[in-house]
Design a protein around this ligand. Structure first.
Ligand code: URA
Length: 229
């Protein structure tokens, strides 16, 4: 299946306007680690470890648009200019349950971030997103937000999550996912409109099957991370 036109579109976050952009992290390490995750014989402990390594690589790309401000810094030799991360602090939001597997590596990259939580399940009949838990700052004005959700399948979860963050005033939203389906990306792009959203993924796969699983995918990411409880 041909990839949607926006795949590969220039990634840099503009200082004006918005609209959805997608960055497919094209790197041998990313491909290698994703292949380990796809392998049905990779057990949970290895899966968690390799997923963490992969998320550090994706997170590095996802954070390229972080706002900074100029500061002065004294080295042992001279006073010079540097850059510090701007306030307000960015917000990381894992989507429970599988998004928790992405949280620790993102916090290691950005230890000063705050963390909110969204619990969203998809109704297996309608495949629509149902929110069962939400713990977010009331006011997200000026905040850069990172949604952590490994599988962008139908897009319904991310559409709901993006809406919640912008409803509280988020400045921009970056979704960090391991794999996306073209169908979900198209749905998300339609819902995002001109809001400032970036999706960073390791791969865009072929299609969704009748049960809305990504093919070839890696199976149920929550189960692969934590077992089928
Ligand atoms: N959620 C998953 O964990 N895997 C898929 O393939 C689709 C949704």
């Amino acid at each position: 299946m041909p990839l949607p036109g926006f795949v590969g579109r220039l990634f840099s976050r503009p200082h004006y306007g918005g609209g959805m952009r997608i960055h497919v992290a094209d790197h041998p390490l990313v491909s290698h680690k994703l292949t380990v995750l796809r392998d049905v014989d990779t057990a949970s402990p290895t899966f968690r470890e390799v997923a963490g390594e992969l998320v550090m690589l994706l997170g590095y790309e996802a954070m390229r648009g972080l706002s900074t401000e100029p500061v002065e810094v004294r080295t042992p030799l001279a006073l010079t200019r540097g850059q510090a991360l701007a306030r307000p602090r960015p917000l990381l939001v894992p989507v429970l349950r599988a998004g928790l597997g992405l949280l620790d590596p993102m916090m290691r990259l950005l230890p000063t971030a705050e963390v909110g939580f969204l619990g969203i399940v998809r109704d297996e009949q309608t495949l629509e997103a149902v929110t069962y838990a939400s713990r977010l700052p009331q006011d997200l004005s000026g905040r850069q937000c990172f949604l952590l959700d490994p599988m962008l399948a139908t897009g319904s979860t991310l559409v709901a999550a993006v809406d919640k963050l912008f409803a509280r005033g988020a400045k921009d939203v970056t979704a960090v996912c391991l794999i996306a389906a073209p169908e979900g990306l198209e749905r998300l792009e339609r819902a995002v409109g001109d809001r400032d959203v970036l999706v960073v993924v390791a791969a865009v796969d072929d299609h969704l099957n009748a049960n809305a699983y990504i093919v070839p995918g890696l199976g149920d990411a929550g189960d692969r991370l934590y077992g089928s409880v």
